[in-house]
Design a protein around this ligand. Structure first.
Ligand SMILES: [Fe+2]
Ligand SMILES: [Fe+2]
Length: 360
């Protein structure tokens, strides 16, 4: 749908389309999760008590209490006109971001609602508070374009995926940290090139990403308090989740070439920087990191990107051959993923102290 000139009616239909996009459940769009709340209830933070209290003090100090307020007039004055294709990519980014933020909000508030453990309840409430601010701020930005993702409908109607608690720890930890790395990489780039800042929302990214960083710290401590999550066969799961999160981001970003060009870097430059930062951060908790410098790593990520584009094209083309073609390409994607999974990883000795400052 063309949403470059939203009249009242078009804006209404475009908002429906935005909500539908947010509702869609494909391999690459953010998902909504449910989990085993009893396992969260049973978590014991005693082994990391000192660092836990330090982190909770930061959550409670709530340095970003007033960060997500804006002077509407000043803010709107900074919104630049964009060519239609770039505008579409930017709006897609906002819709997928609001979904991701809201997905965190729903997960954390559901955990808070379903546990008695006071430590976990408090943490989840505070993280839900942050994510709800983030989602609200992006939704306000979408409203400036006549768009609105209906968060209530999303909460009610989007399909939920059940993830065991172990997988929530790995996947959520990674998504918080990669979220930090993404926001800070864009912020630093636009700090160096303010002329490329085509929308005011990017000015909010620096303090914003510290919230995401802190959310990641919470999961890092939960995992360090339960070291069995980081040993033995679980190392295979960690490797799987790191690769899945990295590859998903890489493929998705390469579908948005114009956005990266507008920021003044290629998707390659941006993604490799984000992956490097994230990988470096994860040394606080994961016993291994992927070898991003492996000569086969990037060519395989590129291959996966081409295969996924082929699947999209086959889907769009439809027709009798489409199913077969998609099946073949899906097998090729799985094979490429398996090849990357089998590449050597780097062992990592965990530091005595888990918490680390966001210094990027
Ligand atoms: Fe967030
Ligand atoms: Fe977060």
């Amino acid at each position: 749908m063309d949403i470059t000139a939203p009249t009242a009616d078009l804006a209404g239909r475009a908002s429906e389309a935005a909500t539908e996009t947010a509702m869609a459940r494909t391999l690459l769009t953010p998902r909504f999760y449910r989990t085993d709340y009893a396992a969260f209830d049973a978590l014991d933070v005693t082994p990391v008590r000192a660092e836990w209290d330090e982190m909770m003090a930061e959550f409670e100090a709530d340095a970003n209490r007033h960060h997500f307020e804006r002077d509407a007039e000043e803010y709107r004055a900074e919104i630049r006109d964009l060519p239609p294709d770039l505008r579409q990519e930017f709006l897609d980014l906002l819709v997928s971001s609001v979904t991701a933020e809201f997905s965190g909000c729903v997960l954390y508030s559901e955990i808070a609602r379903n546990v008695e453990n006071p430590e976990i309840k408090k943490l989840m409430r505070l993280m839900a508070r942050d994510e709800s601010r983030h989602a609200g701020f992006i939704n306000t930005a979408l409203k400036d374009f006549g768009l609105n993702v209906d968060l209530g409908a999303l909460r009610r109607d989007k399909q939920y995926t059940y993830f065991g608690p172990k997988f929530i720890y790995y996947a959520t930890y990674l998504s918080e940290k990669i979220g930090y790395a993404r926001y800070i990489t864009i912020f630093r780039q636009l700090e160096r090139h303010p002329e490329k800042r085509f929308h005011p929302i990017f000015k909010w990214f620096e303090s914003w990403c510290n919230d995401e960083y802190r959310h990641g710290e919470a999961f890092a401590l939960l995992m360090r308090a339960n070291p069995h999550l980081l040993q033995g066969r679980n190392k295979l799961w960690i490797r799987f989740f790191v690769l899945a999160v990295f590859a998903t981001m890489y493929v998705r970003d390469h579908n948005r070439p114009l956005l990266h060009e507008a920021f003044g870097f290629t998707p390659d430059e941006y993604d490799m920087e984000v992956l490097r930062i994230t990988s470096q951060i994860t040394t606080q908790v994961f016993p291994l990191t992927l070898d991003l410098d492996h000569p086969r790593m990037k060519p395989r990520l590129d291959r996966l990107t081409r295969i996924m584009a082929g699947i999209d094209a086959a889907k769009a083309a439809g027709g009798p051959g489409s199913w077969l073609r998609r099946a073949g390409l899906s097998a090729a994607a799985a094979f490429t993923f398996a090849q990357m999974y089998c590449q050597r990883a780097r062992p990592n000795a965990l530091p005595a102290r888990t918490l680390a400052a966001p210094v990027w």
